[in-house]
Design a protein around this ligand. Structure first.
Ligand code: PLP
Length: 255
């Protein structure tokens, strides 16, 4: 049985983001994906219309059903939807300290739609931050989590809040011709990558990257190597992403 990544993530009916992105990305990394579904969202490639979060009892029941069943090595979380679900995940992680944990601190969809109450989610994430092997914020999420505008100060603050490693993703920064990502371990930058900025908006790029990293960690990569593998893979799947409708975000082609 392949090493397993247990993903706490929401359903996106368009198949671009959320649990489908996780399944496809983890599958491509060589690992097996298991899912504890956090929410059913109502959205397409253009906008989010709403969502219904899973109760914390149902969420934990899903996760606990596979704990003694699958060789779980890594937990990955994306959209969690409610502060109750965040607290439930924190309890689950504390009960399983041997699992690595990749925290993608999803606050809003790339289309701008709400995936939860941002102010309360930010407060609740404080409990998850010290439990994570790696946190993968984009710069919007990094600023929201720390209340710091300056990226260096924001990164340092995330470490002061207990982070162990942080991948700062620069896709939302004003760098027209490239995207810069930087990986920090224990508040020290250990690698920096720049890739050409592809045209257009992408649905589920963050989910895909974090899940591929989680999959590579499950397969035995060291953190730096897992991030490098994932960045190379993501660039390929975004390059061949498909546009469903003229105004829609592109859907990564993960196969
Ligand atoms: N999880 C779900 C269920 C979503 O619907 C979205 C965005 O729509 C995300 C996560 C975050 O997606 P992205 O990878 O585009 O940041």
């Amino acid at each position: 049985m392949r090493p397993t990544v247990l993903c706490f993530s929401g359903l996106d009916p368009s198949g671009g983001a959320g649990l489908q992105a996780d399944i496809e990305a983890v599958g491509n990394s060589g690992a097996h994906a298991a899912i504890a579904c956090t929410a059913l969202t109502i959205q397409n490639s253009q906008q989010v219309f709403g969502f219904k979060a899973t109760s914390k009892e149902l969420l934990l029941a899903q996760a606990n059903a596979v704990v003694n069943d699958l060789p779980i090595k890594v937990v990955k979380s994306g959209m969690l939807g409610t502060t109750d679900n965040i607290a439930a995940l924190a309890d689950f992680l504390r009960a399983h300290p041997d699992y690595l944990y990749v925290l993608d601190p999803v606050l809003v969809a790339n289309s701008g739609g709400s995936l939860g109450n941002q102010a309360t989610l930010v407060q609740a994430f404080v409990e998850l931050i010290p439990l994570a092997t790696l946190i993968t914020p984009n710069t919007v999420e990094l600023r929201a989590l720390t209340g710091e505008d300056d990226l260096e100060r924001a990164t340092a603050k995330l470490f002061a809040m207990g982070a162990q490693a942080v991948l700062v993703k620069g896709g939302h920064e004003d760098t027209p011709d490239h995207i810069r990502n930087a990986l920090y371990i224990n508040n020290e930058m250990v690698s920096e990558t720049r890739c050409p900025r592809l045209e257009g908006e992408y649905h589920g790029s963050g989910c895909s990257l974090a899940s591929f990293i989680a999959g590579r960690l499950a397969m035995g990569d060291q953190l730096k190597q897992a991030v490098q593998h994932a960045e190379t893979w993501l660039f390929g799947v975004l390059k061949y992403a498909e546009t469903p409708v003229p105004n829609g975000q592109k859907i990564p082609k993960r196969f």
